[in-house]
Design a binder for this molecule. Structure first.
Ligand code: C5P
Length: 223
């Protein structure tokens, strides 16, 4: 298979990360979690005292953090200024602030350029997951998938992921997801949106294995 590029977009809790990693592993491709990059910038802003609700301050700092993403689907890593940020980027504070930071066009310009260079250098190909991969970052991807799921399914999957890490409440998780998706879909700069040529996969009634099988089949047909 020559360097195949697969874009997997969709709202939070639709199984993008689990699906993307498993598809990449099954096909021997690299993997890039673009949400982790926006979380890493957000974590850097929070730890460096940048007021995340001040878009001018966020824009002015957008080029400062040095984000490095590892692309092994079995062990994806992310570091900021040389420090492993895999744990800190998953905190509640980062999750609450990330939509405001990712809506700032200067942040998106820096991160989009980084994503394109990682994809261009991925020997053999890559699965890239996010919100605007098919529409903006890699509009020429060989295959574009848009994952969806009911709000109930998304909230219960996200609660399952959080269990043990922090207190979880299903309805609060559901509200937080809906709020984040509304912010991500409603922003001016590269909003969460299905590309016209994407294949929509509703994961609500499917197991992870079924979704992975479906996407792997679509990749094999596309190349
Ligand atoms: O996928 P994850 O939930 O980790 O993404 C965190 C946030 O990063 C999203 O809610 C969104 O604000 C932002 N994001 C984005 N564009 C992407 C990927 C993520 O704006 N391609």
């Amino acid at each position: 298979m020559s360097a195949v590029i697969v874009a997997i977009d969709g709202p939070s809790g639709t199984g993008k990360s689990s699906t993307s990693k498993a598809v990449a592993a099954a096909l021997g491709l690299s993997y890039l979690d673009t949400g982790a990059q926006y979380r890493a910038v957000t974590w850097w802003m929070l730890t460096n005292g940048v007021p995340v609700d001040d878009s001018a301050a966020v824009a002015a700092a957008a080029e400062r953090p040095v984000i490095v993403s590892g692309t092994d689907p079995a062990a994806p890593t992310i570091s900021v200024d040389g420090t492993d940020a895999s744990g800190p980027i998953r905190t509640k504070e980062v999750t609450s602030a990330v939509s405001a930071v990712s809506a700032v066009p200067e942040v998106r310009a820096v991160i989009t350029a980084l994503q394109r260079s990682i994809a261009a250098e991925a020997v053999g190909g890559i699965v890239v997951e996010g919100r605007d991969i098919g529409t903006t970052v890699l509009p020429d991807a060989d295959l574009k998938i848009f994952l969806t799921a009911s709000p109930e399914a998304r909230a219960s999957r996200r609660s399952g992921e959080l269990k043990g890490k922090e207190a979880t409440d299903l309805s609060a998780t559901r509200e937080a997801l809906i709020k984040r998706d509304a912010a991500d879909s409603g922003r001016k700069a590269s909003p969460l949106k299905m590309a016209d040529d994407a294949v929509e996969v509703d994961t609500t009634p499917l197991t992870l294995e079924q979704v992975v099988e479906c996407v792997v089949t679509l990749v094999e047909k596309a190349v």
